[in-house]
Design a protein around this ligand. Structure first.
Ligand code: EPU
Length: 438
């Protein structure tokens, strides 16, 4: 049954308090699950978030023949050794862009993969040309009919040098995994620098891969290494890195609506760009080894903060995934802030809903908007359009006056585990409601 969130707003008052713990990163666990296709021996991961996208990726893997079981509350063991299929199940693959991650390891292992054009959310066109060009450069042939792709390399993939015209996170991850099964060395240039790419390389190296340079713009993969069980028992259970987008969103929430809020189990170094933007605006962000905190002490009103311009960039720049929560913040501070979304052409569409709540936002074009603050937002009924904007609506609802209803809880569940329970623990007035028609 469809569900929605009902949120009672604080009308700009700072009422949240306490600690909130960050879960493992969605965008780190999805490539690691895909990587299990390359392994003959099982892999075990800890800090796995229990979210819809993980379920969907497991479903895709199960359909290919993988076996898995939860070994603890957030620990998951997966055996990719029994995988026999190389065709992605259409419905799930179409519904999740990250399904494309499976194509690299399947092609490396079977010399063949077929899949539908991967879907995703409404944030932009999301082409796959870079993946296709990369596979072709590795010697594969590609055919496409009615949105169904067949890629094959019957004689195996060969190492190559590939320059990403546009830096792509899942593109880098997918070609990195394909290159493990290729003959010879692959050099990926203008590779994505995101921490999730580094996490994947570290996992693969712990299983015998030879990948160097992850986290820099040039990644070198020595192909043809047989992946094995981890050498040391310490590496046997591989921890998923904390979700920087979840941590960043809660930091923004803390700045907006908390008396004092501590965000634990996170990696602050992954959030430098957000922390700098918030500090520029006047938010006192405290940074520890694995925690962040905002102390408003009930005194700092949002209008005492100043406007700040945001331009989304690849890591370590301002993350596109934090752009919508930050826009909510900007509606509350004093002055004019510009938002320049450089990664996805549809990622400012949600601003129309914030305007319905009373925000003063002018769109210059599909990539640029001007936000004037402060404005008191009013509770409204909204349809969550995608994972990140969906969470931003919850933030907006928490600071708004009156009640808001956020339909399509499913989108938020795709990326955030039991969000309502975690927000209730710090004082949020939010509940999940079943609905017949949402
Ligand atoms: N692009 C191309 N051709 C391609 C691939 C990408 O032109 O073949 C372009 C895209 O259109 C975009 C740019 O490259 O303009 C960057 O997109 P990228 O490929 O890096 O995005 P992605 O790998 O599909 C990941 C995250 C997204 C996140 C982006 C940007 C995962 C599973 N997804 O997507 O996360 O927004 O990187 O950081 O890692 C989310 O979690 O809600 C989410 C959308």
């Amino acid at each position: 049954m469809k569900q929605k969130f009902v949120v009672e707003g604080f009308a700009g008052k700072k009422k949240l308090n306490g600690e909130i713990k960050i879960n493992g990163a969605k965008n780190a666990v999805l490539p690691l699950l895909a990587a299990s296709v390359l392994l003959n021996k099982p892999a075990e991961f800890s800090n796995v978030p229990k979210i819809e996208d993980v379920e969907k990726m497991l479903e895709l893997l199960r359909n290919l023949g993988a076996e898995f079981n939860w070994t603890g509350e957030r620990s998951l063991k997966i055996a990719g050794g029994k995988i026999f299929g190389n065709a992605l199940e259409h419905d799930n693959a179409k519904r999740m862009r990250a399904s494309i991650l499976l194509t690299g390891p399947l092609l490396a292992r079977f010399g063949k993969v077929s899949f539908p054009h991967p879907g995703g959310c409404v944030i932009g066109e999301r082409p796959i040309d870079l993946f296709i060009e990369g596979f072709k450069k590795m010697g594969a042939s590609v055919s496409e009919k009615d949105g169904l792709y067949e890629i094959s390399a019957p004689k195996g993939l060969v190492g190559t040098e590939f320059f990403f015209r546009v830096s792509s996170v899942t593109g880098t991850e997918t070609l990195m995994m394909a290159a493990i099964g290729a003959k010879g060395k692959t050099i990926l240039k203008n590779a994505a620098l995101e921490p999730e790419v580094v996490c994947l390389a570290e996992f693969l190296n712990s299983r015998g891969a030879r990948i160097s340079g992850a986290g820099s713009s040039e990644i070198i993969i020595e192909g043809g290494c047989e992946l094995k069980e981890s050498a040391s028992s310490a590496d046997k259970i591989f921890p998923i890195i904390p979700d920087r987008i979840e941590a960043g969103s809660f930091l923004v929430l803390g700045a907006l609506a908390a008396n004092n809020l501590k965000i634990t189990n996170c990696q602050p170094a992954h959030l430098d760009s957000l922390i700098e933007a918030l500090r520029f605006s006047g938010v006192a962000v405290e940074v520890g080894n694995d925690w962040l905190a905002v102390k408003n002490n009930g005194k700092i009103a949002n209008e005492m903060r100043r406007a700040v311009n945001i331009k989304t960039r690849e890591y370590p720049g301002f993350p596109t995934d934090l752009q919508a929560p930050m826009a909510v913040f900007l509606t509350q501070v004093t002055g004019e802030s510009s938002i320049h979304e450089t990664i996805f052409e549809g990622r400012l569409n949600y601003t129309a809903d914030l305007e319905k709540m009373g925000a003063d936002i002018k769109m210059w074009d599909s990539h640029r908007a001007l936000v004037k603050g402060p404005t008191l937002l009013k509770g409204k009924e909204l349809d969550g359009p995608d994972i990140r904007a969906g969470l931003a609506y919850i933030l907006a609802a928490i600071i708004a006056e009156g009640e808001s209803v956020i339909n399509n809880a499913y989108f938020i569940d795709r990326g955030y585990e039991r969000i309502e329970e975690r927000l209730q623990k710090i004082g949020g007035k939010i509940k999940r409601v079943d609905c017949e028609v949402c």
